[in-house]
Design a binder for this molecule. Structure first.
Ligand code: SF4
Length: 356
């Protein structure tokens, strides 16, 4: 298997990169779209970024919103017709609680559009699990607690839910489909001592990959680093040990647990990734990215309530340049490194380009 997490994937789509600037008249389809089918979720995670008052993310989210069935089918038709490469279903809420998810992904199974989903894993059983196992590219289950008691504490769910989710993942891995099963392990002060042991257990039930990342507690970089500082070394040692002892050709560890200054500060004035990986929210609004979803003041690009997604996307390129990251994005941004790489490429002086 090749490198599945590299920031350089975008360079497989050079025509798209070249089309991004305001001076280029072309508007090309997004490569990847994150769709939030519903904001409904059966878990109440204590750190959920969408529900935290301390984070700008999700500040205008209405928890009852979901994309109507007819609109979702229209979006699926559009993404197939537009030539979008990939769709990821994510929260707001849990995509597996969206009543039309099965119908939605079945529309994609016969198309060239790849799909994936994030989920809490609670609804990962039955026909939807089988369709994902056979047809999805990847599925990532977010987990924090390491046993029934801690999991219930994190999520305000009845004890036994952790055992069910672990069983769902183990059964899913036994379906033996092509879908890459991952876990997102969000680290905070409670689960910090448990990291190595839990990764080992996840490998044992057939999970293909674990992404380890820090819990984001503030829009401010220094405050996040300060929060993680007391247990940072303890976690780092365990992640390093897991990479050394557990990682192999069938088990990937995506180590995203590190100091965060490369994800906050921005000096650029337009965002390339906004045209590469936009968000369709459960409120039928289009947002710039997963770090500004449900932020109507700073992340909104437009609405598809009364128009098709493809008509919205291919009209007036100026809408992609209304967000100035140096002014409004100095919070956590998962695309910051990738934006810098793309801008560095686009800013290369053609007169000097040959002097590689
Ligand atoms: S710079 Fe980052 S946070 Fe700002 S719009 Fe772009 S992807 Fe989103």
């Amino acid at each position: 298997m090749g490198n599945i997490y590299t920031n350089m994937k975008i360079f497989q789509f050079k025509e798209k990169i070249d089309s991004l600037t305001q001076s280029d008249a072309r508007i090309m389809a997004p490569l990847h779209i994150r769709i939030k089918p519903t904001n409904v979720c059966s878990h109440k995670c204590s750190y959920c970024a969408y529900r935290s008052d301390r984070l700008q993310l999700g500040k205008d989210m209405f928890t009852g919103d979901y994309i109507p069935r007819e609109k979702m089918m229209e979006i699926m038709d559009d993404v197939i017709e537009m030539g979008v490469k990939a769709v990821t279903f994510s929260g707001g809420g849990d995509p597996f609680y969206y009543p039309y998810l099965l119908e939605t992904v079945k529309k994609l199974t016969g198309s060239p559009v790849r799909f994936a989903s994030l989920t809490n894993g609670s609804g990962l059983h039955g026909e939807i699990a089988e369709v994902f196992a056979q047809h999805a590219t990847w599925l990532r289950v977010s987990i924090d607690g390491w046993d029934d008691r801690s999991y219930s504490q994190y999520r305000q769910v009845p004890e036994g839910e952790f055992t069910r989710v672990m069983a769902n993942m183990e059964n899913f891995s036994k379906l033996d489909g092509k879908c890459f099963l991952g876990v997102s392990l969000v680290i905070d002060e409670l689960n910090a001592p448990e990291v190595y042991g839990f990764i080992e257990r996840l490998k044992g039930i057939g999970v293909n990959s674990v992404k380890v990342s820090p819990c984001i507690v503030s829009n401010d970089c220094a405050e996040n680093d300060l929060y993680h500082e007391p247990f940072y070394k303890q976690v780092r040692e365990q992640v390093d040990r897991a990479v050394t002892e557990l990682k192999d050709e069938n088990f990937e560890i995506y180590d995203s647990y590190h100091a965060m200054n490369d994800k906050f500060q921005k000096e650029y004035t337009w965002c390339p990734y906004l045209q590469i990986l936009p968000i369709i929210g459960a409120d039928q609004n289009i947002y710039s990215c997963q770090d500004k979803a449900y932020n109507l003041d700073e992340g909104l690009i437009g609405s598809i309530k009364d128009q098709r997604f493809k008509d919205f996307w291919f009209s007036d390129k100026n809408k992609f340049f209304n967000i100035n990251p140096s002014m409004v994005c100095n919070h956590h941004c998962v695309s910051n490194i990738k934006n810098n790489i793309v801008l560095d490429y686009l800013n290369a002086d053609p007169e000097h380009a040959g002097f590689v």
